[in-house]
Design a protein around this ligand. Structure first.
Ligand code: ZN
Ligand code: ZN
Length: 429
């Protein structure tokens, strides 16, 4: 009997409470930084599994530590927050929840990114590991973080002393449910998720009567020139083959057709896969904005402000190879190559704070038959609902079993007593 079969032997027993918990979490989603109810459910399950539990880390964050003698120390992470989306699935456990956001606006709330699944899988994996201590050695550090969707939940836990609280770890692992066939897992070495930055740009003109443009500096024209010129950054300043996205998502100026306004505001979004490319793009934006304002004779310098930063997620080759090998042993043909995604994540803020390598993999959540039909018809983009859609909800099984198993199998690649990896250097504590 291999180590992972020993640990997974209780999956039937664990699945029973997991399915119930998942439906409950799905029906009770909470916005970023408001994950109190979820955190309570997490803490009570962690206690039941015999973990040392820390609550209120970086707001609503929860940490569970499962100690089992000497051996490697593995950090596993799940995110807890939901999104301001009105659920449109017909599931019996669909959310009808609403909440008030930090600006005082009432919003519908839905687990439209599958974080309820991540929480349930990680709690299940801890229960399984806790129930088979003879099969492994070391320490599991389970981090349940708030506010992934805002990109500041992981950072908040770090700033609140996470690394001192749990001590050193050797490796960090994380997974996300994606619109791929349920039952599959997907890994990728190197950059896997882009970094993201948003920028607010305010350009100043000199307002006046729409009939007297010669007496004004028109910020609408300046903003329009900036939007067009920004299209050359990716096309003309980056090497062909280096992926990046620069989108102007919002452009606002003026109130009336015959008034030339005082200013215009642009909201930009940038996605890149390396620090170097990020610097090239952000530098080019600033240069273009300032130069267009100067070209128009703007009376004041423009204002540029970065916000909502997400780091690039860069999977370590050795850690990824070790997890991929363990997945292939266990899942066989269900292991796929993960595409590079233009989405972004703040998970890597955790391993960066601990100074350790990491990997981030995908698990499928789409009904496999539906997926195959859509793929055969060339209609994947039309027929398979994606994360953040009001229709996004993983099929409960085999998604839940796969995500739970994937965490156990990946963690045991460091912790398992029978793994060849046991000879590899793991810190002893
Ligand atoms: Zn999301
Ligand atoms: Zn997500």
């Amino acid at each position: 009997m291999t180590t992972s079969t020993m640990v997974l032997g209780r999956l039937d027993e664990v699945r029973a409470w997991q399915e119930e918990l998942y439906r409950d979490l799905h029906a009770h989603p909470e916005l970023s930084h408001q994950e109190q109810r979820t955190a309570e459910a997490v803490a009570s399950r962690l206690s039941a599994a015999g973990c040392e539990v820390h609550t209120g880390v970086g707001g609503t964050g929860v940490v569970g530590i499962l100690r089992n003698g000497t051996g490697p120390r593995v950090l596993l992470r799940a995110d807890m927050d939901a999104l301001p989306v009105r659920e449109a699935t017909d599931l019996p456990y669909a959310s009808t929840a609403t909440a008030t956001d930090s600006a005082g606006v009432d919003l519908p709330v839905m687990h439209a990114c599958g974080h309820d699944l991540h929480v349930t899988c990680l709690l299940g994996a801890l229960d399984l590991l806790a129930g088979a201590r003879q099969a492994w050695g070391g320490t599991v550090v389970a981090v349940f973080q708030p506010a992934e969707e805002l990109g500041d939940g992981a950072r908040g836990m770090v700033q609140d002393g996470l690394t001192d609280l749990v001590g050193p770890v050797d490796v960090a692992l994380c997974q996300h449910v994606l619109p791929q066939p349920a039952g599959s897992v997907a890994t990728r070495s190197g950059p896997v998720l882009s970094s993201a930055d948003s920028m607010r740009v305010v350009v100043h003109g000199r307002g006046g009567h729409g009939s007297m443009p010669h007496a004004t500096v028109d910020p609408v024209v300046v903003a329009a020139m900036i939007v067009v010129r920004l299209q050359t950054v990716v096309a003309r300043e980056l090497p062909p083959g280096e992926p990046a996205v620069l989108t102007v998502g919002s452009l606002q100026a003026g109130t009336k057709s015959n008034i030339i306004p005082e200013s215009a505001t642009l909201l930009l979004n940038v996605r890149t896969y390396s620090e170097q490319t990020r610097t090239v793009v952000l530098t080019a934006i600033e240069r273009i904005v300032r130069a267009e304002c100067a070209a128009a004779g703007a009376p004041r310098e423009p204002e540029l402000e970065l916000f909502d930063h997400f780091p690039v997620t860069q999977n370590d080759p050795e850690v990824t190879a070790r997890v991929a090998a363990a997945f292939t042993d266990h899942f066989g043909a269900a292991v796929r190559q993960l595409d590079r995604l233009t989405a972004s994540e703040d998970f890597s803020d955790l391993p960066r704070a601990f100074g350790v390598p990491y990997t981030y993999w995908g698990i499928g959540g789409t009904d496999p038959e539906l997926y195959d039909r859509a793929a055969a018809a060339g209609r994947l983009n039309q027929d398979v609902s994606v994360n953040h859609s009001p229709l996004f909800a993983p099929v409960l099984q085999p998604t839940l079993d796969t995500g739970t198993t994937a965490l156990v199998v990946a963690a045991l690649a460091w912790l398992g007593r029978e793994q060849p990896g046991r000879e590899q250097p793991g810190r002893e504590h």
